[in-house]
Structures are given as C-alpha cells and as structure tokens.
Design a protein around this ligand. Structure first.
Ligand SMILES: N[C@@H](CCC(=O)N[C@@H](CS)C(=O)NCC(=O)O)C(=O)O
Length: 128
C-alpha cells in the first residue's frame, strides 16, 4: 500500500491514521506544482484530480478524497472502526465537517492570499 502525500498538506491526516491503525505502508512525496512524485511518477495517472491524498492499495486500486481514505483506514483496525450504523454516521459527520467546513477555510494560507483575506473569518463574504 502506498500513500501519496505532500509535506504540510491534509495528507498528514492519513499518514497519522495509517500509523494509528498499525498498517505497513510506503509513501511517495508529490510535487503538487509539477504533479510528479519524487521517484518521477506522473501523479495525474494516480489521481487525475491532481491533489493529495491518494492511497494505492496492494490490490492496485486507488482511493482518493480524505473522507473515503480515512473511513477505509478506520475499517482496517478494531480500535478505530466505528461502532454500528450510528457510529459510522458520526464518523462520516465529523470527517465531512473537517473536510468541507474547516479545511476550505485554510486554503487562503496556502493559495497566496493577501493579509485581508487571511484575516477574514471563515464563511464571511469578501464583499464581491
Ligand atoms: N477534496 C480533496 C481535497 C484535497 C486537497 O485540497 N489537497 C490539497 C492539499 S491539502 C492539494 O493537494 N492541493 C494541490 C492542488 O489542488 O493542486 C480531499 O478532501 O481529499
């Protein structure tokens, strides 16, 4: 299994979860501008969406999207696995909240935004 990651990116969550689950995995550092890995792989073949994380399983299948990858990892480990249908719903509720409401609020810090945009509270309009 191989985790495609970038330093300082949201793929850190998957890295931590794989360790927590005690899973053995390789990793490949992705240059997000060039869309290549440190071993020269074309990352767009791995994930045509061009962003990390991506997790390629031993079967050769690749999972993308943090919610899906973290959910898959949780199901590999008894201690992380959600308990029952409601437990799974709560897990997805938390992951979806982090992925959509919190993660997007950090984008200006990585996307070269100006100081005004960085100071704006999440969810508030830029006035445009
Ligand atoms: N919807 C994706 C978003 C992943 C994402 O935004 N990844 C960022 C790093 S935190 C990235 O790779 N950005 C590079 C790019 O979009 O070119 C998910 O939740 O996994």
């Amino acid at each position: 299994m191989k985790l495609y990651f970038a330093p300082g990116a949201c793929s850190l969550a998957d890295h931590i979860a794989l360790h927590e689950a005690g899973l053995t995995f390789d990793h490949a550092k992705v240059d997000l501008k060039a869309k290549t890995t440190d071993s020269g792989e074309d990352f767009l073949i791995i994930n045509p969406k061009g962003y990390v994380p991506a997790l390629t399983l031993d079967s050769g299948e690749t999972i993308t999207e943090n919610v899906a990858i973290l959910d898959w990892i949780a199901h590999q480990d008894g201690a992380l696995k959600p308990s029952g249908t409601m437990g799974h719903a709560r897990e997805l509720e938390a992951l979806a909240y982090i992925s959509t409401e919190i993660h997007k609020a950090f984008k200006p810090f990585f996307a070269g935004a100006g100081d005004d945009e960085k100071a704006r509270p999440p969810g508030s309009s830029s006035g445009g």
